[in-house]
Ligand binder design. Structure first.
Ligand code: UDP
Ligand code: MG
Length: 318
């Protein structure tokens, strides 16, 4: 006899006390009349507002709730990783705690999975309650990322998705520190499908992803998937060399045929020096981005440190 299918819902959270109770309620309602077994795996990413204590309390009375606590704030992507590492679901849904990813979309994800798709993205049909700047930058980022990396990440899909056990196992093989989970789930291949949903506004609380943090994720995403910026430096350097050569010939011509004009070159000289100085600094900085990646990966530290797993501390079944 085959055991019942288990769906695991991995939810990283940071200070989401006002959202977790509603989240649990709505996820519970979704599964109330479904045949699958389910687990809500809440990953506490260093919260300080009492939400982990609340979650652990729930896990004592509700067998569907399981809590992982990280030892400090490691960031959204690593919290997801911790959840994927520890879950044993046949399919895993990754979603945010703030109910922007609507739990009511989960059945659609599961249906698509049952059709044979190993990765099912929830693609935003619309996006409520976000600043135009964030939406604009997000749209630009997805297009740039696809252009640079040839990784076909679907436009306008966040981290909300369902992945099959096989994909989870593949993701667990990838131990890079700077991880962009959306890119990695595309990278693993398999059959990838999508369903549409209307992204809601945050249920309560403030976003933990201000624009600068999103920008950092974008830089991480690009530098971990593409060396194109390094190619750009080389191409730009070549262009400057060609221009410089033309300029040198021109100046030599002046020196021979109109020597008196050369004394007036101060302004153009300064302009060229300052400009090239800037370009060189950008070039070194870009190189530095990649070198620092090597440095950080080279340390081979664990990606996160787990403090508690309520399943380990739970009393063993008699
Ligand atoms: N989050 C996290 N660690 C962090 C920042 C955010 O676990 O360092 C969680 C957060 O609690 C939420 C999800 O990641 O469940 C997405 O964050 P948020 O909703 O603030 O981002 P936005 O939707 O505004 O991009
Ligand atoms: Mg959110």
């Amino acid at each position: 006899m085959s055991r019942t299918t288990k769906i695991s819902i991995v939810v990283p959270f940071l200070n989401e006390m006002d959202n977790l109770p509603t989240l649990l309620e709505r996820v519970g309602a979704v599964f109330a009349n479904r045949a699958e077994d389910w687990e809500l795996l809440l990953v506490d990413d260093g919260s300080t507002d009492g939400s982990p204590e609340w979650a652990i309390e729930q896990s004592r009375s509700n067998r569907h709730v399981r809590v992982l606590r990280l030892s400090r704030n490691f960031g959204h992507q690593l919290a997801i990783t911790a959840g994927l590492d520890r879950t044993d679901g046949d399919a895993v849904v990754i979603m945010d705690a703030d109910l922007q990813d609507t739990p009511e979309t989960i059945p659609a994800l599961i249906n698509k999975w049952r059709e044979g798709y190993e990765v099912v993205f929830a693609v935003r049909r619309s996006r409520a309650g976000e600043t135009w700047l964030k939406k604009f930058l997000a749209a630009r980022f997805y297009r740039l990322f696809r252009f640079l990396t040839q990784t076909q990440i679907p436009m306008d899909a966040g981290d909300f998705r369902l992945v099959d056990r096989r994909v989870v196992d593949a993701l667990r093989e990838m131990r890079e520190l700077h991880r962009f989970m959306r890119g990695l789930t595309c990278w693993v291949g398999y059959r990838q499908g999508s369903v549409e949903y209307d992204r809601a506004a945050r249920h309560a609380g403030e976003t933990k992803y201000p624009v600068w943090k999103s920008a950092r994720l974008a830089i991480d995403a690009i530098t971990s998937f593409s060396a194109a910026p390094l190619r750009w430096i080389v191409q730009f350097g070549m262009l400057v060399c060609v221009l410089a050569l033309i300029w040198v010939i021109y100046v030599m011509g002046l020196a021979i045929f109109a020597p008196h004009t050369l004394e007036r070159g101060w302004a153009s000289l300064i302009a060229v020096i300052v400009f090239l100085g800037g370009v060189q600094l950008i070039g070194i900085g870009m190189l530095g981005q990649y070198v620092s990646r090597i440095f950080e990966e080279g340390k081979r530290r664990p990606l996160y440190i787990l403090r508690d797993d309520t399943r380990d501390t739970a009393a063993p079944p008699s």
